[in-house]
Design a binder for this molecule. Structure first.
Ligand code: TRP
Length: 350
């Protein structure tokens, strides 16, 4: 089969914990759609967890398979897309080393995500934290991806990747396309406390939560803070109840009716929460079933990761050789027997 999907996509998540509804609505549903039109690489960026979590090896191990189970349950298709485990493809680290020559230290200090993390962690930042975005640039450039679907917070990293690509190309000749960010158009789903949904805020509904757990969280959901009695007129805007209903209930007429009654103070929060729980659970049920089956088969999940990483590695190795060679490090290449196999960039996906 000839590959007609022209634009290659690379994106990924750090395996920091199971995925939640914010990931599903903002990210995963978008990735699932992109599989129809693009050649997709989905990266489990486990090396990227280390700068913040290097003291917790057991956590990284467990979370990697949780994330893969969530991705597959949400519709990521390992037959059509390539799942890559970052640490299983050493070329990520190797290319990052080469690229680190092309970025100044002060440039990295200015990156907002770095400054924020340093503030939050309250410890001496490591070299690994500082060079995090260089590793991310390597993730992207290694596959010569042209599009990178990410959230807004990641834009500084994509901008740095573009700078690095330009610098490399101008010094050594064209090798890397300048990657472009692809911003999700979905509005952010709030957490149950109406802040941004985030694992560490304790306000997330996880894909792996049971029906009961999900219902419990919905029943505790923040609504209109100025509404004390069900007979008070309520506000729809910025009210998580209605943001969720828009997202998880296809019955537009019913939603409109609830909205009208809510505005007029003719329905209580509890009744809407019960309705939302029912609809949300219905909508998540098929995903939960797939997830339960997947998480019960860790060997299968590992196999998907190994298979994808192997496939990715063929491309990664080729790019790394091109980069090494462009930078004058050619002698070592002759020592690697596997480097003289058929051209994997053209052969791997045919
Ligand atoms: N830094 C990204 C995040 O925290 C994860 C990531 C690592 C990534 N490598 C990537 C995203 C490459 C896109 C492309 O969400």
């Amino acid at each position: 089969m000839i590959h007609l999907k022209t634009h290659r996509i690379l994106t990924g998540h750090r395996p920091t914990g199971p995925r939640h509804l914010g990931h599903l609505v903002g990210t995963l549903q978008n990735w699932v759609r992109l599989q129809d039109t693009h050649e997709c690489f989905f990266l489990v960026a486990d090396l990227h967890v280390l700068p913040t979590d290097y003291r917790n090896p057991a956590g990284i191990r467990a979370n990697t398979l949780e994330v893969v189970a969530d991705w597959l349950a949400a519709g990521i298709d390992p037959e059509r897309s390539t799942l890559v485990l970052q640490s299983a493809v050493p070329e990520h680290s190797q290319l990052a080393m080469l690229l680190s020559m092309l970025v100044s230290e002060t440039r990295l200090h200015r990156i907002p995500t770095y400054k924020e993390q340093v503030k939050q962690l309250g410890i001496q930042p490591s070299l690994g934290l500082l060079t995090y975005p260089v590793l991310q640039a390597a993730d992207i450039l290694l596959y010569k991806a042209s599009l990178v679907p990410v959230g807004e917070d990641q834009l500084p990293h994509i901008e740095l990747s573009r700078e690095i690509a330009r610098r490399f190309n101008s010094l050594y000749g064209d090798l890397f396309p300048e990657p472009q960010a692809l911003l999700s158009t979905m509005p952010r789903l709030p957490g149950v406390d109406n802040r941004m949904m985030h694992t560490s805020y304790g306000n997330a509904i996880f894909l792996r939560d049971s029906e009961e757990e999900t219902t419990r969280k919905v029943m505790s959901m923040f609504t209109d803070p100025h509404r004390i009695h069900p007979t008070d007129p309520g506000k729809i805007e910025d009210n998580p109840l209605f943001i969720y209903l828009e997202q998880f209930d296809a019955d537009r007429e019913q939603i409109e009716e609830y909205k009208n009654r809510y505005r007029l103070g003719k329905i209580g929060d509890v009744e809407i929460k019960q309705y939302l729980s029912k609809k949300l659970n219905q909508s998540l049920e098929p995903l939960r079933e797939r997830r339960a089956k997947l998480i019960a088969q860790p060997a299968y999940l590992r196999e998907i990761l190994f298979h994808g990483s192997n496939r990715a590695r063929q491309i990664a190795r080729q790019t790394l050789e091109e980069a090494l060679s462009a930078m004058g490090l050619t002698l070592g290449l002759a020592l690697q027997p596997e480097s003289r196999q058929s051209n994997p960039a053209t052969g791997a996906f045919c």
